[in-house]
Write a protein that binds this ligand. Sequence first.
Ligand code: TTP
Ligand code: MG
Length: 363
Amino acid sequence: MYSSLCVVMSDEKVRKIIHVDMDCFYAAVEMRDNPSYRGRPLAVGGHEKQRGVLSTCNYEARKFGIRSAMPTGQALKLCPHLLVVPGRMQVYKQASQHIREIFSRYTTLIEPLSLDEAFLDVTDSEQCQGSATLIAEAIRRDIFNELQLTASAGVAPVKFLAKVASDMNKPNGQYVIPPEKVQQVVDKLPLEKIPGVGKVSLEKLHQAGFYLCEDVKNSDYRELLLRFGRLGASLWKKSHGIDRREVVVERERKSVGVERTFSENISTYDECWQVIEHKLFPELETRLLKVSPEKAIIKQGIKLKFADFQLTTIEHIHPELELDYFKDLLRDILKRQQGREIRLLGLNVMLKPEEQTKQLSFF
Ligand code: TTP
Ligand code: MG
């Protein structure tokens, strides 16, 4: 298996991927525009219905254990002198557009992940003598000079490692993983650093004795598949430094979705609802906040894959993401079950097109 994957890899061009991520983005914008906020613990409050939780906080506040999505009350207990200020979404959006314009000076292959984060493929870029390291530095310098904000960057031959790397020297730093160092870095990478490995999976992996990527790399592939299903397959590839996803240029993101493939199939309404209420919905909410902070959506829906791999979806028109509305959708989609078990469950929302959102807010 390993050797066949290596053969596939060796046919492909080694890519140069940069992941750029702004440092404590909303809080940094607030500190830039309000000098009195600097040098003290600061958090930006949540938007609209999320008023009770924080969007993010600066690094001074993080020393107290404060994090994104933490309830404001809890944060104030950890740090009673925390300053909590309201968000200004239009200003963050403007900054985000400006950052994207800076990216476009260096490559056309840009995949924004949220307002403050993007993958760039600079394999064929000629700027900075074609050096991805120098391009990342130049981008961060442009951002600082033009927006007075700092960004961190990761450079690697594959997407997931570029993302891991951008976190390694945060804030205001960058980390480069050249192709010849990939395996060395990956070997010592704790599994929780891999994007997509959640708390529950991590616990199961720890129970099975897997802590670092090298533990996965050195394990038996078949056993890993039996035990962890698709997650096992994906971790096995990643622990060999393999991630074949390309940087996808998207004009405008049209939908956001989250899903789970179960290592053991589930079957009842209650089992599905538990997953929706406690895992998928909170994840979808967080993703949606990052991608479309106004939460302007057109539809929300459920996706199911049955044990026989038949895929089915259901959706309804609804202008705002709401947990309770998934109850009826779940009941209706399960009418198609016909005794089959469920191997995958997902939630998704279709976003309102940007133009429409702008026009509506204009009127
Ligand atoms: P992140 O990049 O996750 O966080 P950050 O930029 O604040 O901090 P870091 O330096 O660790 O990158 O998210 C970008 C922005 O998205 C963040 O400033 C606020 C918003 N956001 C929310 O509104 N809710 C959330 O739960 C998260 C994670 C982010
Ligand atoms: Mg960030």
